[in-house]
Design a protein around this ligand. Structure first.
Ligand code: PMP
Ligand code: GLN
Length: 382
């Protein structure tokens, strides 16, 4: 049988490729972004309890009402905004799905979407499968900041969405207040929407404040803001997240959602609705992960890799300029096979495979995992 591929140039995601290679070579996996430490026992107990208590049938299509109410309370406290739980929040099977659904909701064939590269690898295929055109703009190496003048220069009558992601995957860069000022000056009085990927909202370090779109009621009017419980509660395998938008955008989002996923895992939503009241669980995340980042940084200082400093996410990027002439993808494979450490080559986050000789390392790991990785990396020299 023959079908015409909707994504003819797309292969297998780099996360799967590197994780598989790590398994094959018994390497420490600092590639794919997931914690290797346990999630909260209290939260897993709450899931078991929810199942025993009989919460095993379909939850409300838009998400368990109590969970949406508590999310509304959470964002009111964090970002000083009133979000209506009935009309503005939808629980989704992960942040990735929320992003895909938002793009499917708004894109018409030929619509342009501004995407900053390196970009999380689902963004461009999500745009293209929906008939959109990705207008790619490179973040400025090495601080990975947004070149706003270039954004202005690339606006056309077809620009439909600007996608932002802070804290950023893969670079860990974060948006500043000035970035929000620039964004606002570009979109005001236009029909341009914003898709804000904020799955790492709590993973921000060095005393910096997360610049959520939810802090700005005027920007939220034109935005879909996407979150992931997997990142907040160390359970990436749960694949649960949510999207927040204005009532009119959310009404359209739900038309797509209802015929795709319809509703998400009930017992986990019941458990999260109870657990989310423990603010400490998410308010302490930045400190906990910054400790890991700082520990990893101190270990990496003993290797030949050069840090590209950043302030958020699960990741830090390191340059291998002057150490190897290999393409970053080849070096990532070499390090996995010969030094027992899997990473992710940052060229995988550029459609044209731009190679700045940078590797991404996930530091959301136990201390002994990071120690073991460094044992392998110190012997890598020019
Ligand atoms: N966006 C970014 C930038 C991510 O790193 C992730 C994590 N995979 C997601 C979205 C989506 O997370 P999930 O679908 O696992 O909730
Ligand atoms: N977000 C994680 C990463 O960037 C993994 C996502 C995935 O495997 N699709 O590594």
């Amino acid at each position: 049988m023959y079908i015409q591929s909707k994504l003819p140039n797309v292969g297998t995601t780099i996360f799967t490729v590197m994780s598989q290679l790590a398994v094959e070579h018994n390497a420490v996996n600092l590639g794919q972004g997931f914690p290797d430490f346990m999630m909260s026992e209290e939260l897993t107990d709450l899931v078991a309890k929810a199942m025993r208590d009989g919460f095993n049938q379909y939850a409300h299509m838009n998400g368990l009402p109590l969970l949406r109410e508590r999310l509304s309370e959470k964002v009111a406290q964090l970002y000083q905004i009133n979000i209506h739980p009935d009309t503005q929040i939808t629980v989704t099977p992960g942040g990735t799905y929320a992003i895909y659904t938002a793009l499917t909701t708004v894109l018409q064939p030929g619509d342009e979407v501004i995407v900053f590269e390196p970009a999380y690898d689902s963004y461009i295929p999500n745009i293209e499968v929906n008939g959109g055109v990705a207008v790619r703009i490179a973040l400025q190496y090495p601080d990975y900041s947004i070149p706003w003048d270039e954004v202005r220069a690339k606006l056309t009558s077809k620009t439909r969405v600007i996608m932002i992601n802070s804290p950023h995957n893969p670079t860990g860069s974060v948006l500043s207040e000035q970035d929000i000022v620039e964004l606002r000056s570009i979109v005001t009085n236009t029909n341009i929407l914003i898709l804000s990927d904020e799955v790492y909202e709590h993973l921000i370090y060095d005393g910096i404040t997360h610049q959520s779109i939810l802090r700005h009621a005027d920007l939220l009017e034109r935005s879909f803001v996407c979150f992931s419980f997997g990142k907040t509660y160390h359970c990436t395998g749960w694949k649960l997240g949510y999207c927040i938008a204005s009532p009119s955008l959310m009404a359209e989002f739900r038309k797509i959602h209802q015929f795709n996923c319809f509703t998400c895992d009930t017992p986990k939503q019941v458990a999260l609705a109870a657990h989310i009241t423990h603010k400490e669980a998410y308010l302490s995340l930045g400190t906990m992960l910054q400790e890991k980042r700082d520990y990893f940084r101190s270990l990496m200082a003993n290797t030949a890799f050069k840090l590209i400093p950043s302030h958020g996410s699960y990741f830090e990027c390191y340059s291998f300029e002057g150490l190897s002439n290999l393409a970053d993808k080849d070096l990532a494979i070499y390090l996995t096979k010969h030094h027992g450490v899997a990473t992710v080559p940052v060229s995988a986050f550029y459609k044209d495979s731009t190679d700045n000789q940078v590797l991404r390392f996930c530091f959301a790991k136990q201390k002994n995992t990071l120690d073991k990785a460094i044992e392998g990396l110190v012997s890598f020299k020019a």
